[in-house]
Design a protein around this ligand. Structure first.
Ligand SMILES: O=C(O)CCC(=O)C(=O)O
Ligand SMILES: [Fe+2]
Length: 271
């Protein structure tokens, strides 16, 4: 008989995460989700000088109020405002705490700023071409928690290349490494999985796999937030502890270990 140290459920979720590259689960804390969705909608409303009655309808129809050429400064201003709320990051963490503990660990580092994406219908000016975060300096130990503030389907969503297809791409990679990201997308477009996800759910994905988005051809605007998490003691890429990540759930034994200094030997003993 072989022994195991994790529950059946953790092993099952872990296998899905490894084989599919992502998991979609209900938010662990519905109130936190509603607070965050409301904060983003109210911040957007304040920037525009209008009131956001029903947050989801307001966000879905923001293209009636914001033009593509104003979108990036609008988005950055909302990011600034929502990240100024002291509770934002702890509420964001609560959306995904159990799945993070299952997939990443229970001593976690969290990105200092939660990001926001807005994809207006038919707008080609704010797309994220196919990429893996790890290609541009993220640590391969990071996972992304991606939260839709409106339901996402079709081209309103993001896509990810599953691990099996990523393996195939690796064999052809030298051909594409110097080409355009559009060539790379054409190579994988029939193999990517479009993530269909509703409000009240959260996506956790492996950012080592190629992913991105295309022009949103649906009639609603996409709003999603994303934030990276990793085990505090796993290796860091360009995004360092203190500058980009902050420990959020250090345990007492780790605190003691990090602070520990051996007692100094007396002068006469060292000479
Ligand atoms: O939201 C998207 O479409 C892509 C997000 C992304 O690339 C990321 O969170 O790393
Ligand atoms: Fe990414």
């Amino acid at each position: 008989m072989s022994y195991t140290f994790s529950s059946n459920r953790d092993r099952e979720l872990g296998t899905h995460y490894i084989n599919d590259g992502y998991l979609i689960v209900p938010v662990a804390d519905r109130e936190s989700f509603e607070r965050i969705q409301r904060l983003v909608a109210d911040s957007a409303g304040n920037v525009l000088g209008v009131s956001a009655a029903d947050p989801e309808t307001f966000l879905n129809t923001i293209h009636e109020k914001v033009r593509a050429n104003e979108l990036n400064s609008f988005r950055l201003e909302i990011i600034r405002r929502v990240n100024a709320e002291p509770w934002l990051r702890s509420d964001y963490f609560e959306l995904a705490r159990p799945i993070l503990e299952c997939i990443v660990g229970n001593e976690l580092a969290m990105q200092l700023r939660v990001n926001l994406s807005i994809q207006l219908p038919e707008d080609d000016s704010s797309l994220l071409p196919v990429h893996a975060d790890v290609w541009s300096g993220d640590s391969p130990f990071e996972a992304v928690v991606w939260t839709p503030l409106v339901s996402c389907y079709g081209s309103k969503a993001m896509y990810i290349l599953p691990p099996a297809a990523d393996q195939g791409l690796r064999e052809d990679f030298p051909e594409y490494a110097t080409g355009s990201s559009e060539d790379l997308f054409q190579r994988v477009k029939d193999e990517v999985v479009w993530i269909e996800i509703k409000t009240g759910e959260v996506l956790i994905f492996n950012q080592n796999l190629p992913h991105g988005n295309r022009i949103n051809q649906e009639s609603e605007t996409r709003w999603s937030m994303n934030c990276r998490f990793k085990g505090v003691f796993t290796p860091y890429g360009d995004k360092k502890l203190g500058e980009f990540f902050e420990p959020i759930t250090l345990k007492p034994a780790s605190r003691l270990g990090m602070e520990y200094r051996f007692p100094q030997l007396g002068r006469d003993q060292t000479e």
